[in-house]
Write a protein that binds this ligand. Sequence first.
Ligand SMILES: Nc1nc2c(ncn2[C@@H]2O[C@H](COP(=O)(O)OP(=O)(O)OP(=O)(O)O)[C@@H](O)[C@H]2O)c(=O)[nH]1
Ligand SMILES: [Mg+2]
Length: 679
Amino acid sequence: MSEKVISGSRNVAIVGPYLSGKTTLLESLLFVTGAISRKGSVKDGNTIGDSAGEARDRRMSVEVSAASTEYNNTRFTFIDCPGSVEFAQETYNALIGVDAAIVVCEPIRDRVLTLAPLFKFLDDWEIPHLVFVNKMDRANIHVLETLHALKAVSSRPLVAHQYPIMQGEQLTGFIDMVSEQAYQYHPGAPADPIPFPEHLKAEEHTARAEMLEALANFDDHLLEELLEDIEPPQEEILSDLKMELGADLVVPVFFGVAEQDYGVRPLLEALLREAPEPESTAQRRLKDSKASNTPLAQVLKTYYTPQGGKLSLVRVWQGKLTDGIVLNGVRAGGIYRLMGQQQHSVNEAGVGEIVALSRLEGVKTGDILSTEKPIALPKVEQLEPVYALAITPEKRNDEVKLSAAITKLLEEDPSLAWEQHGDTHEVILWGQGEIHLQVALDRLRRKYNLPMSTHLPQVPYKETIRKTVNSVHGRYKHQSGGHGQFGDVFLDIKPLPRGEGFNFKETIVGGVVPRQYIPGVEMGVREFLSHGPLGFPVVDVAVTLTNGSYHNVDSSEQAFKQAARLAMQTGIPQAQPTLLEPILRIQVTTPSEFTSKVLQLLSGRRGQILGYEGRNDWQGWDNISAYLPQAEMQDFIVELRSLTLGVGYFHWEYDHLQEVPEKLAERVIAGNGSNGHSK
Ligand SMILES: Nc1nc2c(ncn2[C@@H]2O[C@H](COP(=O)(O)OP(=O)(O)OP(=O)(O)O)[C@@H](O)[C@H]2O)c(=O)[nH]1
Ligand SMILES: [Mg+2]
């Protein structure tokens, strides 16, 4: 067999809403280009895109997956991205490394609306993208309605690259809008040219005129031709499509049925002819830096393979990666082209390729790699965690192994976070939602043999006091065997304004409590405050040591510590202890049509609305600011998503402590720190 000449490459991400058919489309792209000889299906769990166990189990993609193939002497590397919002970070991290993205969507209005955040990301980063309307075997809305819904969520003009030929709800062929040639689809074979279907003449004509007008907005020559009623040559339309797609000025739309390979070849043709070459993507990303051949690559994704090896999926922005290359001071173990979970070793990777490098210890997703000091390149913003679970190893001895395993999980997935909570001592895993965390826990079990049990994290309540009590007496006297223990103190206990924490003073005169014992008093007070009478740490309290007495032989720092504890034990319950809860300041972002529902959701969760306004940078979307008790945050994201077609999200930060309403406080105290969720 003669060696094939590869004359170019394209890196294309496959993105779009949950379950729109991205993994199925990748399977079809690999099949029609001959990279696989049999197509797998998501249902049977044997696709290239979803070959990881966590994806197979759920019949959904949970991480990006790369696969390379060849078509017309061009190497295509596709990156199949997960659609669930809970894995959006994966998608964003990978998107910045591709030359173009295929946005796969279903012909369903509500599903199309969920594309808004993705379109915004693509436009913010100027990533050329086209739309593939999939599942056209079940299209129960008219083509024009689908286009209309798409136009409503894209800030860039959409141009129909094809006009679908339908028979009822089933796609049977298409009219290519550049050549106006009609084609008929056949199962298992390329489409055949057919005569133009006369009944579509009017619709097709309007759609084509709209396409040409959209293109002419960026090409004066084309505009003149249109004004003068001159039919523009096909080459001109194609070159405009290429230029305008490449600059993210327009969004071409295609239609198909990935399951039957319908529309997949025309899509490939368009990518080949119209998607920008890797060189122009590199130019766009490396804008300010001088051209050079120094190897420069960026990590789009980190994998720990089931065998335990580390793989960094990188985009080569500049120069060439060769076997044994040292990047950022670390020697790469090998260079691989990926096919889902399979790795094919190669000797080198040229500029514009996406390949995996093994054993780059210490290198993280997003990192810029070079043989010299790497230049700075823009990085993707990290999503804030919005959902948490407290985790404990099922086997006690596993605690030691846990932190190393979690570090690896976080390298693979930067939208996870973890903390060991200072007050509650729980290990808390933070992420983007329930499924996201379940996948992380699956990985802990599968790859690191660390089965975990989970529970809802405790709310870190605190206590404070409302009243001042003066001269509270505490005396510790103990006689046992040798010499005894004696400490004796009087304390004034006073509430402090919110947020002031704790302070300790003494006003001892005449040495009634000798200097050396005073630190013991403070220690006793602090120890008591770490666990107040309601079961939580006590804050915003001032304690003053005003008086006391001692014994020449029996007194000690330890005895004064005990005396102080006793005084606190008596004093704090008299000072009206009350429960405080952490309040978060949150900012919810939602399409304006759901704003009033979100306001209701917040109020129903004891939220205090601070204001809301339309976003200047995102038409049709609002920002709502509010205070929200942390106790109400646990599944807030779940409800927010269910109210907003899944696209609403929020930022949060701890703001202040606030008294818990009495009824609720009683419940929390009765449950001794259990989550006081008010439903
Ligand atoms: N009717 C029909 N079903 C399809 C088509 N393409 C995919 N599906 C089905 O849609 C479901 C989801 O397909 P996937 O390929 O997993 O979708 P996805 O976009 O990769 O899903 P996520 O990665 O989890 O977001 C599966 O049951 C597919 O069989 C199509 O063209 N027509
Ligand atoms: Mg998928």
